[in-house]
Ligand binder design. Structure first.
Ligand code: BG6
Length: 467
């Protein structure tokens, strides 16, 4: 549909930026922090681990000053559970908690809304060694961790996100399960326990801070059928339900998505549900939805001939197919990043419209961005016109989604500053701020705003009128 004029971004729109603790903080064993599963990560030769990352832990004040200079209205960060409660379930580490207290104070002092993710891929190692999310004890530990965070930060943090990309942790579990990748029944049990843990945190926040908001932050994307062959349409529907809607249906409606449940039964991985779980899930209602969006995917019907899964490597945005479920297909209308991720700005609009249509809740884009091999030029500047172009196109589609009636409350691109990618090291940069370090050599760790920083500053200042 053509509109005479797109609606303006609403007043108070949360122009933001995102990071996650283990990818940005470094200081992996400072001030009482114990390891998380990510600290066991053994990268391939030539790729960095997460031990120093962008050393945000030691540059926090300077980084928040830069956020203020950029004009950010919101900053989405995650709290490292093993910094706050080193073994996940035991004693609170005051020094670790104090870091987040200082961060939140600095943000609030600059009128930047803190958006705190409680768990972003970095389970405390001690919990992992005791069975991790497959164990009900981890639900209790999470509820207690939630209580500590709400007690100590809840007066200033009014936007919470429970779990980052629960769906990615089920579908691409390698990076979160060092030593052993669990089988599907265990992964779906982990997921069920995460649903219950999120529901408990949601109810707790509503009881303790009725003025605060909380929601999940899954990785959601529209899935296209490879053709108008009705069998391709069924495959796309199925995969969208299994990969995406299941995670929002449980969070918002309190029940499993029927297509996803049929899949779990067929695969023998339907989780064990304890008495009282479904009542709890039905009671805990999110106030808003986070959405991490990077790329759409296109799928065709499975043939169930032993070749539905492509024999190449993939990751969280590359749909490789699953035997008897779907086949990954190419989409000739779209291009890809140098890391093989599809670029589909219109797909963001489609995704937002689908979420809004299903759940009718406000949406915050909690991640979206372009990973690239940025270069610090001899003039001391990082010219990243490709990132500006990528974000501009996505912002335009977000504005059209608002015009379509989507209640979009903010947009937090990934990432505020360069950080360590989940599995492709420091070479794959996303930030508005370049960090002077290499893959293995640490460099000066100086913070250098990129061209995209100056461009985004203008976007924020004009509330999206100047892109
Ligand atoms: C999301 C994660 O899947 O994508 C982030 O929530 C991650 O943690 C981001 O960094 C980009 O992915 P990658 O693999 O390039 O780091």
């Amino acid at each position: 549909m053509f509109y005479k004029q797109a609606k303006a971004f609403p007043d108070g729109f949360l122009w933001g930026a995102s990071t996650s603790s283990y990818q940005v903080e470094g200081a992996w064993n400072a001030d009482g922090k114990c390891p998380s599963v990510q600290d066991l990560h053994e990268p391939p030769a030539g790729i960095t681990d997460f031990k120093v990352a962008s050393d945000h832990y030691h540059h926090m004040e300077e980084d928040v000053e830069l956020m203020a200079e950029l004009g950010l209205k919101a900053y989405r960060f995650s709290v490292s559970w093993s910094r706050v409660i080193p073994d996940g379930a035991g004693k609170v580490n005051e020094a670790g908690l104090a870091f987040y207290g200082r961060l939140v104070d600095a943000l609030v002092a600059h009128d930047i809304v803190p958006v705190a993710t409680m768990f972003h891929f970095d389970l405390p190692l001690a919990l992992h060694e005791n069975g991790g999310w497959a164990e009900r004890a981890t639900i209790d530990a999470f509820e207690r961790y939630a209580r500590v965070l709400f007690e100590r930060l809840g007066d200033r943090v009014k936007h919470w996100l429970t779990i980052n990309e629960q769906n990615v942790m089920v579908i691409h579990p390698g990076a979160m399960n060092p030593g052993r990748v669990p089988d599907q029944p265990e992964l779906y049990q982990q997921s069920h326990n995460m649903f219950v843990a999120s529901a408990k945190a949601t109810l707790l926040l509503h009881e303790m801070w009725p003025d605060a908001k909380i929601g999940p932050a899954p990785n959601i994307t529209a899935i296209y059928p490879a053709s108008c062959d009705p069998r391709d349409v069924i495959a796309a529907d199925n995969w969208e339900a299994i990969r995406c809607w299941n995670y929002l249906d449980v969070a918002c409606f309190g029940h499993y998505n029927p297509l996803a449940w049929a899949y779990m039964e067929e695969k023998g991985c339907a989780p064990r549900i304890e008495p009282g779980d479904m009542e709890l899930l039905a009671k805990a209602k999110p106030d808003y939805l986070g959405c991490n969006y990077y790329a759409t995917a296109t799928v065709a019907a499975a043939k169930n001939d032993g070749h539905d899964r492509a024999p190449r490597a993939g990751d969280q945005q590359v749909m490789l197919g699953e035997e008897g479920v779907y086949r990954g297909a190419e989409n000739s209308s779209l291009t890809k990043t140098e890391y093989g991720w599809i670029i589909d700005a219109v797909g963001l609009r489609t995704t937002l419209r689908r979420i809004a249509g299903r759940y009718g809740l406000p949406i915050l884009i909690t991640e979206n961005g372009l990973g690239a091999k940025d270069v610090l030029e001899t003039d001391g500047i990082v010219h990243d016109p490709y990132r500006i172009d990528y974000l501009r196109r996505h912002f335009e589609q977000a504005q059209l989604a608002i015009t379509d009636g989507v209640d979009l409350i903010g947009y937090c691109p990934w990432s505020f500053m360069d950080l360590v990618s989940t599995h492709q090291g420091y070479g794959k940069r996303y930030g508005f701020v370049y960090i002077d370090r290499g893959e293995e050599e640490l460099g000066s760790l100086a913070r250098i705003p990129k061209d995209s920083f100056r461009w985004y500053k203008g976007v924020i200042r004009s509330n999206g009128a100047e892109m």
